[in-house]
Design a protein around this ligand. Structure first.
Ligand code: WAQ
Ligand code: MG
Length: 249
């Protein structure tokens, strides 16, 4: 699902403002409920009322690839400044250069939220996503029923069993499973949602409270990739390969 609002032609040539997006892999009998949920989500989003909602439903013709769900944790963090210190340490620990980290922070704190994510070379900090205005949109991702139950139970114990957190962990797990991706940085574009995360195969999914100030419309995602990684192969995997998270710790 993608929901947007037209706002005249903007400086960058983009005709509309991104409001909300969502995607998943579901069984046919779940379709009616999911469509209702997605429409409701689009029309009650804190970024505002959309004037266009596009929903695409596709039958998957290949079996989803089984991937493992990342482990998750939360760091105690009280301010955007502390958040930056923490995410710098995590990202440099997996080989992302200071330059790339600075460029990544610029993207997720910019007010022009993209619909998708930026792909960034982890040494040079060069952005290589094919469409800079749209970004790469991770799609065709789901979670196996038992795995979801286990995850919900563990999140509920911490009082954070929301669809925002669950969808973010599922997305981060697919991104981390992609060969050539080192790490991800995410800040929600919802003005009231101030918890972001960093994720990687090495350190899992780490939630970072107060990564942005309340009320800010900024947000975004950056996938840091190997300096020499094949951009086309990564984009195809993230956008098109169906994946199902299944193994839960
Ligand atoms: N593929 C690529 N990028 C995406 C996708 C996607 N499927 N969905 C969103 N983005 C990008 C896009 O640039 C958005 O502006 C940005 O990410 C933020 O999206 O554990 O809600 O849907 O409490 O606002 C983190 C949860 C929530 C932290 C993240 O992101 C926690 C969130 P949002
Ligand atoms: Mg959002």
């Amino acid at each position: 699902m993608r929901a947007s609002r037209s706002c005249g032609r903007r400086k960058d040539g983009r005709p509309s403002l991104h409001i909300s997006g969502a995607e998943g892999l579901y069984k046919a009998h779940e379709l009616q409920k999911i469509l209702t949920d997605y429409v409701l989500r689009a029309v009650s989003h804190p970024r505002g009322m959309p004037d266009t909602i596009v929903i695409t439903v596709e039958k998957m013709r290949r079996k989803p690839l089984k991937i493992s769900l990342l482990s998750f944790s939360t760091v105690p963090c009280k301010s955007p400044l502390e958040a930056r210190e923490f995410l710098r340490t995590c990202l440099s620990g997996v080989g992302v250069s200071g330059k790339a980290i600075r460029s990544g922070i610029k993207i997720v704190t910019g007010s022009e939220a993209m619909r998708g994510a930026s792909l960034m070379r982890s040494e040079s900090g060069v952005r290589v996503e094919p469409d800079k205005a749209r970004g790469v949109r991770v799609s065709r991702l789901g979670i196996e029923k038992m795995c979801e139950k286990g995850m919900s139970r563990r999140l509920a114990r911490k009082g954070i069993n929301s669809s925002t957190v669950k969808e973010a962990i599922i997305l981060a797990s697919k991104v981390a499973s992609c060969e050539g991706v080192l790490a991800e940085l995410c800040v929600s574009d919802d003005p009231h949602y101030t918890t972001g995360y960093v994720a990687s195969r090495t350190f899992g999914y780490i939630r970072i409270p107060h990564i942005k100030r309340r009320g800010s419309m900024c947000g975004g995602r950056v996938f840091f990739i190997d300096e020499k990684a094949d951009v086309k192969r990564i984009t195809e995997y993230l956008e098109e390969m169906p994946t199902l998270a299944e193994s839960c710790q």
